[in-house]
Design a protein. Structure first.
Length: 179
């Protein structure tokens, strides 16, 4: 009888080890892929930051340097992207009416690569403006001091975890008045 009880005990220990290993693997998979993030919407409604006071003491809405509409790449993405000069060396990327699927580790980038080009080129040819504040709504991202807004061809929503673009907007330069 001791041989049979030994086999039962060994089988139970092996089953427990397999179940624990499966739970650990499932937990790591949930962490890495974060499928639950696609079910959670984060809305943002930021106003455009105030501009430098004009000569009359009032503020203006800034100068739109470039703009374009988002199109989906890996996931449906919509809304408008604008580069806005607020004066005093402050330039912002503004997302308005923006909407995309939420995901893990989404970043906002400006890229020198065109929006309709190879999505892999966005990673190497871009600056990171920070984490996406919300997958829905109006939001602002300040460009680093010294960044030349005229060199960027697209605004990109980039998933850093999977090295892929959710969506991109071409940034078409707006001619300055009087030129």
């Amino acid at each position: 009888m001791s041989l049979i009880s030994k086999q039962i005990r060994e089988h139970r220990q092996r089953t427990i080890a397999i179940v624990v290993a499966g739970l650990v693997a499932a937990g790591l998979g949930l962490y890495w892929f974060s499928p639950q993030s696609a079910l959670i919407n984060r809305s943002v409604n930021e106003p455009l930051p105030s501009t430098q006071a004009g000569a009359g003491g009032g503020s203006t809405t800034g100068v739109v340097l470039a703009e374009g509409s988002f199109a989906g790449i890996e996931h449906e993405t919509s809304g408008k992207a604008s580069l806005i000069d607020l004066g005093g060396g402050r330039v912002f990327l503004r997302l308005e009416g923006f909407k995309t699927l939420n995901g893990p580790d989404l970043r906002v980038r400006l890229s020198t690569a065109p929006a309709g080009g190879d999505p892999a080129s966005f990673d190497a040819s871009s600056i990171n403006l920070g984490g996406l504040k919300g997958n829905i709504g109006d939001q602002n991202y300040e460009l680093p001091a010294g960044a030349d807004p005229s060199r960027f061809a697209s605004a990109v929503i980039w998933c850093r975890r999977f090295s892929t673009a959710f969506g991109a907007a071409p940034l078409t330069q707006i001619p300055a008045p009087g030129r």
